[in-house]
Each structure stands twice: as structure tokens, then as C-alpha cells.
Design a protein around this ligand. Structure first.
Ligand code: FPP
Length: 247
């Protein structure tokens, strides 16, 4: 009998500390069933549960999910509204369970663009889960990688203008300090579902040396087994960070 994936992951030992996910394919999942797009997003919430529980079981420390991009604001208003309602429903129904599992939730992105109801949902989730020490769950909402870099440049420019920073003193660590992901290690593994090979403006700075795993499954069908398969794939990669092989 084949060993179960969790035992194989543990046996290998090199579990990615930080896993990021582009949750793609909700719309296709719905249209293949003759359902409206928002039905795919709601089903996608179940897959979020799978990913969170799977990450806890595998020993991942940080899980970063791309839940709503800067570009997603340009979708039809009905779909934007459905995604915001989903955020509120997720916060309402999951905050206690997430806290109980030791998950600390942080919402990263231009949160000020959310309406008051969605901002209240963010606050509820973040306040309820503040002490979580098992998994840090970043929900990237109203987030874009280029926008994050532009915001960082503006912040550093303001410091230079205010003479609290010398241009020559700016290095990669200085930039990292003004990103949404400040203080977090870069993702070791980035998973994208639905078989698409694109970064789509996600974590552009942070993924410089991240290993990519493309899964063909549509996001609503993603299970913890798919996460384990991605981790096993990662464990067989040789990470060189631009250097030569040490094998
Ligand atoms: C991309 O699929 C997915 C999104 C734009 C939304 C992702 C949101 C969820 C999975 C819900 C979970 C949210 C929270 C707050 C936990 P797509 O609509 O682009 O799919 P398509 O490429 O098939 O059209």
C-alpha cells in the first residue's frame, strides 16, 4: 500500500514555511455546471477551508491566499458585491473555528477601498484570531503586486524627502519593510490552480526565488490532497537561489 502523503511529507522533512496560492478557476467551475459565477466563488470558500486545514496538518507556518486583486474591482458590480458578501460570510462563519485551530488571520491589501461592512468583517476576523500561533493566514484582498511596489516607492520617497532616509541607504531590506508582507519570509512555494501559467500581479517582489506549482484542478475542487501533492513536488526541487548546485 502506498504511504499516505502526510507521512511522506514528514519523512522528507523540508516543509515549505510559506505557501502562497492563486485560487483560480471559480468562474469556469460554475459555468461548466450552468451556474452563475458567484456560485463558483461560494464553492471556493470550501476549498479555502481545505487549504487552511491541510496547511496546519502539514506544518506550513504561513499561508497566503490571493482572494481579491486590484484588477477584480473592474469585474461587474454584481460579482464584486458577491465577493464582498463572501468575505463577510467567511469572517462570520469561520472566525471562531480559525481561532480555535490557532490560525492568525491578517488581511493585506488596500483595505481602505472596502466598504464599511467588509472592513468590519476584516476587523472581526483579525481581532478574534490575534493570538493564533499555529498558522498565519494572509488573505490578500484589494491587492496588486505593482500597486504594492508603487506604494512602497512612495513611502520611501517621502522618507527621503523628509530627510530621514539617505537614497544610498536603500537596499532590499529597506524595501521589504514597506511592503504589506513586512516581516514575513518570502513564499517558498506558489501554487496556481486551473492550469494557468501566470503570476497575475501577485507578490511580484516576494516571489523572486519561489518555486512554482501549477495544478490543473479548478479552485472549488481543490482539496488538502492537492496541497499535499504540491508540497511533495516542492520537496523534490533543488533550490539554488541563483547559485550553483550543491548536490
Ligand atoms: C479567481 O477565479 C478567483 C477569484 C477572483 C476569487 C477568489 C475567492 C475565493 C476563492 C473565495 C474565498 C474568499 C475568502 C474571503 C476566503 P476566477 O473567477 O477568475 O475564475 P475563472 O478564471 O474560471 O473565471
Amino acid at each position: 500500500m502506498a504511504a499516505d502523503p502526510l507521512s511522506l511529507i514528514r519523512e522528507h522533512g523540508r516543509v515549505p514555511r510559506h505557501v502562497a496560492v492563486i485560487m483560480d478557476g471559480n468562474g469556469r467551475w460554475a459555468s461548466r455546471r450552468g451556474l452563475p459565477r458567484h456560485a463558483g466563488h461560494w464553492e471556493g470558500m470550501k476549498a479555502v477551508r481545505e487549504a487552511v486545514e491541510g496547511a496546519c496538518a502539514a506544518g506550513v507556518e504561513i499561508l497566503t491566499l490571493f482572494a481579491f486583486s486590484t484588477e477584480n474591482w473592474k469585474r461587474p458590480q454584481s460579482e464584486v458585491d458577491a465577493l464582498m458578501q463572501l468575505l463577510c460570510a467567511y469572517a462570520e462563519s469561520e472566525h471562531e473555528e480559525l481561532a480555535g485551530h490557532g490560525v492568525e488571520v491578517r488581511v493585506l491589501g488596500e483595505v481602505s477601498r472596502l466598504d464599511s461592512e467588509a472592513r468590519a468583517a476584516v476587523a472581526l476576523m483579525e481581532d478574534a484570531t490575534r493570538d493564533g500561533a499555529v498558522l498565519r493566514l494572509n488573505l490578500m484582498i484589494s491587492y496588486g503586486g505593482r500597486e504594492e511596489i508603487v506604494r512602497a516607492v512612495r513611502r520611501l520617497a517621502a522618507q527621503v524627502h523628509g530627510r530621514s532616509l539617505e537614497p544610498e541607504a536603500i537596499d532590499a531590506d529597506t524595501v521589504e519593510q514597506v511592503l504589506f508582507t513586512r516581516g514575513l519570509p518570502d513564499p517558498d512555494l506558489l501554487i496556481r490552480t486551473s492550469g494557468e501559467f501566470r503570476i497575475s500581479n501577485f507578490l511580484l517582489w516576494q516571489t523572486a526565488y519561489t518555486e512554482l506549482h501549477i495544478a490543473s484542478v479548478l479552485w472549488p475542487d481543490f482539496t488538502r490532497e492537492d496541497l499535499f501533492a504540491a508540497i511533495l513536488d516542492y520537496q523534490h526541487r533543488e533550490r539554488r537561489f541563483g547559485r550553483v548546485s550543491t548536490r
